[in-house]
Ligand binder design. Structure first.
Ligand code: FES
Length: 64
């Protein structure tokens, strides 16, 4: 994967997997953090570490 091109994969019954170069994540309070590599974003709504997946989708039986 080239550093300038991100790849987003929808994991069945789980998070969005984002493979990317450096990315800036801006939080609702305006602060930001820089991330790089493989990221997993919650799409079930149950994560306690949103926007990231914490594995709660399994216990919640998320389907999608
Ligand atoms: S998708 Fe994993 S906790 Fe929501």
């Amino acid at each position: 994967m080239a550093d300038d091109k991100a790849k987003i994969t929808v994991i069945p019954n789980g998070p969005l997997q984002v493979d990317c170069g450096e990315v800036e994540l801006v939080k609702p309070d305006g602060t930001s953090q820089t991330k790089k590599g493989k990221l997993f974003f919650c799409r079930c709504g149950h994560s306690k570490t949103k926007p990231f997946c914490d594995g709660s989708h399994t216990a919640e039986g998320f389907k999608g």
